[in-house]
Design a protein around this ligand. Sequence first.
Ligand code: GRF
Length: 217
Amino acid sequence: MTNVAVLASGRGSNLQAILEAQRRGRLGPARVRVVVSDHEDARALTIAREHGTEAVFLDPEGQDREAYGQALVELLEERGIEHVVLAGFMRVLAPNVIRAFDGKLLNIHPSLLPAFPGLHAQRRALEAGVRFTGATTHFVTEEVDAGPIILQSVVPVRPDDTEDTLAQRILRTEHEILPESLRLLAEGRLSVEGETVTIKGEVDVPTVPVLVPEVTP
Ligand code: GRF
């Protein structure tokens, strides 16, 4: 078993997908031990409690980024956390957190990175007139929404799409590639060289088209 923390600021639908995958035995050895939020009223905290998972509000008020990061690292280390998933965590992590969990921190972003990093990725994809966008899971590095890419799902943009309809279509694919990326990480099937992630064995994402950077037997 490997102990996992999920960090989420809001709605928590990706958290829900991870917990659901865990319930169905699709997370490999990964077990979500704690959910941490920087918002006291985040729905993600309610979802965690409903699943019997510890839910912690870590108040960022009055703390600079380093101090908040230090408090977060202590909280995670006290619980023996090995892997950390950012699932809609709307705060840039301090370098001390990234160092403490180097190679063990995942993020999900609603675009085909490196296109449209940062906020409003779906709106910016519409404005740019792209035919396809999607979602990306990647290792977290100090640069925001960068870092070696694990999985990408590809989502078509329809002529009548609004920001909301496009976001929903992307979100459904996020719910598959994020739990699967966590499973691959927890099973020790990811290796990183430079910017390239090599995946050992099969990737199991039944209903979304996924671009896999490289798969070895
Ligand atoms: C998702 O679109 C994710 O890609 C982005 O923030 C959103 C979080 O949604 N990083 P939810 O809280 O998981 O529903």
